[in-house]
Design a protein around this ligand. Structure first.
Ligand SMILES: [Fe+2]
Ligand SMILES: [Fe+2]
Length: 269
């Protein structure tokens, strides 16, 4: 079997619609207009379905990424126990795929209704397993912690126990996946501070992208609510969570400045 496959080689049937990461992150529309799953919003059902579809395709890629990391490296490159943890994660993510697609159907959605970008899998293609742990298990699985804790609360607010309990169940697994990332990142780089530092820098880049131009914060009404307590259970320090929040705040200010400039330009024309 081939090692280090490219994102374009992922097996998908014609129900899926692919968008490139470049297209996704160069979309200049105001993300705040579409990102929030506010229970009082008129189009809340559409927003929640879009979010659920994003979770579903994320779960598929998390499964694929963990599977590749279990397979792509020899036991000279990574401890065997790390590979076992990745295999356990595959098992969890496979269950999450099934749960998420059923939840999407429960919410009236269907596969392929929204696009799929392969950004998560791209972070799982790094040559260095430590960077995969930082970019996927800490940055992207960390995002899953934020999203699931918020969706669990959303389920409760909408009096939907199916959504609430399913999200709570998956959230517990995601805390474990992030904790695996924190544990192995520390263990594998024990005698190599430079490699650890570089991997943590890579994580910051991925975290920055997934702030979605400032949509992530600890505010109750944030489109993506930073789940500090769950992140800490998974090995994040307060200063790491602070860094995500501060970066996101800067990105939000930049976005607002961009939108202001665009509206002035539009008025002048
Ligand atoms: Fe998952
Ligand atoms: Fe996960």
């Amino acid at each position: 079997m081939q090692k280090n496959i490219s994102p374009s080689s992922l097996a998908r049937d014609d129900r899926f619609n692919r968008q490139t990461s470049e297209e996704r992150f160069s979309d200049r529309r105001n993300p705040f207009e579409v990102g929030n799953i506010d229970p009082t919003a008129e189009d809340v059902a559409d927003r929640a379905r879009r979010r659920m579809h994003g979770i579903f395709v994320g779960e598929i890629q998390a499964l694929e990424g963990a599977g590749r990391t279990a397979f792509d490296f020899s036991t000279e490159e990574v401890p065997y126990e790390l590979k076992l943890d990745m295999a356990r994660q595959c098992w969890d993510e496979a269950r999450h795929c099934e749960i998420s697609i059923k939840l999407a159907e429960h919410m009236g959605g269907e596969l392929g209704e929204y696009v799929e970008t392969t950004t998560l899998f791209e972070a799982a293609c790094h040559d260095d397993p430590v960077f995969r742990l930082a970019g996927v298990n800490r940055a992207l699985e960390g995002l899953a912690i934020d999203v699931f804790s918020q969706m669990r609360d959303f389920g409760e607010e909408m009096s939907d126990p199916i959504l609430e309990y399913c999200e709570d169940y998956m959230l517990a697994d995601e805390v474990t996946h992030v904790r695996m990332g924190s544990k192995w990142l520390r263990a594998v780089t024990e005698d190599d501070p430079e490699r650890r530092k570089a991997a943590l820098e890579f994580q910051k880049v991925v975290d920055g992208l997934f702030n979605f131009r400032g949509q992530r914060s600890e505010d109750d009404d944030a489109p993506i609510r930073l789940a500090r307590q769950f992140r800490k259970m998974a090995g994040f320090t307060d200063s790491e969570v602070d860094h995500i929040a501060e970066t996101s705040l800067k990105q939000k200010a930049e976005l607002e400045a961009d939108l202001m400039a665009a509206s002035i330009l539009a008025e002048e024309n």
